[in-house]
Ligand binder design. Structure first.
Ligand code: G4P
Length: 288
């Protein structure tokens, strides 16, 4: 697969952006006991930041596979088990509906315990565990923060000297969350990663050739879950190319321009939107 298929200017991240993103995280890291690395359950490898280990410098981390409602359950379980095998706590969640969120809070509190207890043992007032959320754009950071904050979004006041003007959201009695997440950049030297990120919507559709992306997505679906094309679009022929699938899909959905030709852009948007919203069923784009 060549780079021109996507023709993305480094997925819109430039060295200056990356440095700033990294600086913000580095500045906040000393304030927290645990970081929550948010990944997209549909692409847990592609949605990871390539330099996270280096940025975290050993800081404790909980991995959260978000949008698990859209991902293949079996593959998600395999990813969770794989993290466990590496001694990393991973939890599959649906931040939109709140599934798995309580478990996430608990996991953060448990991980942070040595720090909060050390504090108490030293005679200081017991303090809550502190954490921050990190993840690439669109992975669901704001959704999770809002979900954790709940309806009674309780922010603690700034505490000069302690929180350095940071806003903390109180979650129950034992946890505080930094209200601004750390934004990470994705890996972008690998076109397979770039494609997966295009499929899940990390990269804005405006900077992509959406028709090419849709044809490649159609091929991927045909390869891994062709029954989804049959069930959703009544496309039975398993031998079609991506472009051909898009033609048939366009006709079936009445995406036609004057003269009767298929409006391939409209067809592309239908496939991509329906894929992203789960209308083609649960789908994970990569395996361990
Ligand atoms: P970010 O801060 O990391 O950039 O992501 P954000 O929370 O803005 O979420 C990006 C999109 O992902 C939002 O959709 C959000 O609703 C959706 N989302 C977040 N978590 C989940 C999840 O667990 N499951 C599902 N299915 N979707 C999730 P949007 O289309 O941009 O907004 P909206 O139409 O949902 O309001």
């Amino acid at each position: 697969m060549n780079k021109e298929i996507l023709d993305l200017p480094a997925l819109q991240w430039y060295p200056g952006h990356m440095k700033r993103a990294r600086d913000i995280i580095t500045e906040n890291l000393p304030l927290v006991d645990v970081v929550v690395e948010l990944l997209d359950a549909r692409a847990p490898i592609s949605s990871a930041n390539p330099m996270l280990a280096e940025i975290l410098k050993g800081k404790l981390r909980v991995v959260v596979l978000n949008k698990a409602d859209l991902a293949d359950e079996k593959i998600t379980r395999e990813f969770v088990a794989n993290f466990k095998a590496q001694n990393i706590k991973a939890i599959a969640i649906d931040a939109k509906e709140g599934r798995g969120v309580k478990e996430t809070v608990k996991a953060i509190e448990i991980l942070a315990k040595p720090y909060t207890e050390k504090w108490a043992k030293a005679g200081a007032k017991k303090r809550a565990a502190r954490c921050m959320i990190l993840g690439i754009p669109n992975v669901g950071k704001s959704t999770l923060i809002n979900r954790l904050a709940g309806s009674a979004k309780a922010k603690t006041a700034d505490k000069p000297g302690v929180t350095r003007n940071k806003q903390w959201i109180k979650i129950g009695a034992n946890l505080e969350l930094l209200d601004t997440p750390g934004i990470l950049w994705p890996k972008f030297d690998d076109m397979r990663v770039g494609l997966n990120l295009a499929f899940i919507g990390t990269i804005s559709d405006d900077v992509m050739d959406i028709e090419k992306i849709a044809a490649l997505l159609a091929e991927k679906i045909r390869e891994y879950k062709k029954e989804a094309l049959r069930d959703r679009f009544k496309i039975e022929d398993g031998g079609l190319t991506g472009e051909e699938i898009m033609e048939v899909l366009g006709k079936k959905r009445g995406c036609l321009v004057k003269g009767g030709a298929v409006d391939t852009e409209k067809a592309a948007r239908i496939l991509i939107n329906e894929f992203r919203s789960g209308k083609l069923g649960r789908f994970t784009l990569e395996n361990i």
